[in-house]
Write a protein that binds this ligand. Structure first.
Ligand code: 5RP
Length: 226
């Protein structure tokens, strides 16, 4: 079946990410792999490079399973010292390559791997590019017993938090999606939310933005560096 136009762009950026990293892959390379539908295209493309790198680390059980199905070894991050690159999607990106992530509830592990990686390569289709972050509801991972308390604090900051019912993260926690936040200072907002007791982390990737954005457009893949 032919891909939808949006899936074609996701596939294009996934292949562009392979082109971007392949000259640097060697038999010791560990590839950091994120989560989501765009990343699934990347995992499928990475499988064709099997044997040119050692293993992957991944930000979710779902991605780990897909990697293993392709026969790609998946390591625990604690077994890995250096990580050359991390490839992941986004729900929104601004011009500074600051992101909102966590639509797939994998934000905490995504943020950890992004922190370790020397280069964070974001792959996204053009629908994800915005001037101001916040149209996409901001995911916040919370310790379950703190959910109502954190929701009240987020409402006090002007947001409208909604409990993502039925979702338990890979870390056993809950997600609040915060609507009606127009985030004019992403670094400050990221700090403020992380300082609420009971928050594990929030989906703003502003303190550590992407280094490279591969953006799929109808005119081809644009590359932007921070
Ligand atoms: C998962 C994420 C994803 O990267 C984000 O939701 C984008 O997903 P998709 O590629 O399916 O649009 O942050 O937690």
């Amino acid at each position: 079946m032919p891909l939808s136009a949006q899936d074609q762009l996701k596939s294009d950026v996934a292949n562009a990410a392979i082109d971007h990293i392949q000259a640097r892959l060697d038999h010791d390379s560990i590839v950091g792999v994120g989560t989501g539908s765009t990343v699934n295209f990347f995992i499928d493309a990475l499988a064709k490079k099997k044997g040119h790198f050692k293993a992957a680390v991944s930000s979710s059980e779902g991605s780990s399973e897909r990697l293993r199905e392709h026969g790609i070894p998946v390591l625990n991050l604690n077994e890995v010292g250096e990580l050359e690159f991390y490839i992941d999607g986004a729900d929104e990106t601004n011009h500074h390559l600051q992101l909102i992530k966590g639509g797939g509830a994998a934000l905490t592990r995504e943020k950890i791997i992004a922190a370790v990686a020397r280069e964070f390569i974001c792959i996204a289709d053009e629908s994800k590019k915005v001037d101001i972050l916040g149209d996409f509801p901001l995911p916040v991972e919370v310790i379950p017993m703190a959910r109502s308390y954190v929701a009240r604090k987020l409402a006090g900051m002007g947001g409208s938090p909604v409990y993502r019912e039925g979702v338990v993260t890979d870390n056993g926690n809950h997600i609040l999606d915060v609507y009606n936040f127009m985030i004019s200072n992403p670094i400050e907002t990221e700090h403020q939310i992380n300082n609420i007791t009971g928050v594990v982390t929030n989906g703003l990737f502003a303190i550590r933005p992407a280094n490279v954005l591969l953006l799929g457009t109808s005119n081809g893949v644009n590359i932007q560096t921070a």
